[in-house]
Design a protein around this ligand. Structure first.
Ligand code: SAH
Length: 220
């Protein structure tokens, strides 16, 4: 790894190891998720001015009024998605953002299908993920409300923006036995939910209160 990927000082492996320790103290149990987060440089996903804060447990701005999710949330959502299977064939991600969550998902799935409604953010994500040489990702610039019907059904769906209600078309694209991890609710009062599609109907689990940017409509 070259020095900018590997990091130094506040972006070093040592700093990431401290982040991992904190995540396990916060209750993250999936060791593989922790390992992947230890080995993935988070600082390359954000502007250089903020890279020294990349491993703090906080959401940070990535431009266009959006934020990179805090490490705990990325870890928790990934863990929730993988809990029943450990490996998934096809995962749909709504809200590529800077691409960090996408990169963390990549080793656990055959293919990630990632949708983003802000084109410059999608471009940034592609560049960062390209630096890490992750190849199993397909990108779509579109309104995630409609999912990605061409590749449905998905074994997993993960959303990093909060709708007031789960978009109907998204839930329809979940395979039987598949799980969706999504924050639901209006500003300041969102609940992270895990929805499992059963042979008939859905099971909904309320996981914990969270704060996400809103799930918006249309493209920018
Ligand atoms: N996982 C990303 C989170 C970025 S913030 C990261 O860690 O960087 C949430 C993202 O969801 C933003 O990039 C926002 O543009 C996107 N988003 C919000 N509503 C969307 C929609 N309807 N379709 C696609 N993307 C959406």
């Amino acid at each position: 790894m070259n020095i900018s990927l590997q990091g130094m000082g506040m972006t070093s492996l040592r700093t990431r190891e401290r982040m991992i320790k904190r995540l396990s103290e916060q209750g993250i149990k999936n060791q593989r998720v922790l390992e992947v987060m230890r080995d993935t440089p988070r600082h390359i996903f954000m502007d250089e001015a903020l890279s020294s804060r990349a491993y703090e447990d906080t959401a940070l701005p990535i431009g266009y009024n959006q934020t990179i999710s805090q490490p705990y949330i990325v870890a928790r959502m990934t863990e929730l998605l993988l809990e029943t299977t450990g490996h998934l064939e096809k995962v749909l991600e709504i809200g590529t953002g800077c691409g960090y969550q996408t990169a963390i998902l990549s080793p656990f799935v055959d293919r990630v299908y990632s949708v983003e409604r802000i084109l410059p953010l999608q471009r940034k994500a592609r560049t960062h993920i390209g630096e890490l040489k992750l190849k199993n990702i397909s990108y779509l610039y579109n309104d995630g409300n409609v999912g990605w019907p061409e590749y449905a059904p998905f074994n997993g769906i993960i959303a990093s923006a909060a709708p007031s209600e789960i978009p109907f078309q998204l839930i329809q694209q979940l395979a039987i036995g598949g799980v969706m991890v999504i924050p639901v609710g209006v500003n300041g009062q969102q609940m992270l939910q895990r929805v499992t599609r059963k042979t008939s109907g859905y099971e909904v689990e309320e996981i914990e209160p969270v704060t996400f940017v809103p799930f918006l409509s249309g493209k920018e």
